[in-house]
Ligand binder design. Structure first.
Ligand SMILES: [Zn+2]
Length: 75
């Protein structure tokens, strides 16, 4: 899956971070490694997180692609 660049600095270098697992699953979000802005948190199952090391979890990526923390994407 392709991802959109960071809405703030335009970087394509993204990584994901994982929060503490709770009853709903594993909170995950996409973060820009350049300016540190983050996408919305989504709960993923363990299975969804089983991707290659250099791959971002697809569902977290969908959220990153669909909106930014400020609901703004430059054209
Ligand atoms: Zn950025």
């Amino acid at each position: 899956m392709t991802h959109k660049p960071c809405p703030f600095c335009g970087s394509y270098e993204l990584e994901y971070q994982i929060g503490t697992t709770d009853r709903e699953g594993i909170p995950t979000n996409i973060m820009c490694t350049k300016c540190g802005c983050t996408g919305p948190w989504v709960y993923l199952s363990e299975k969804e997180l089983c991707c290659k090391e250099d791959e971002l979890p697809e569902r977290a990526l969908q959220h990153w692609n669909s909106r930014s923390p400020h609901n703004y994407w430059p054209s």
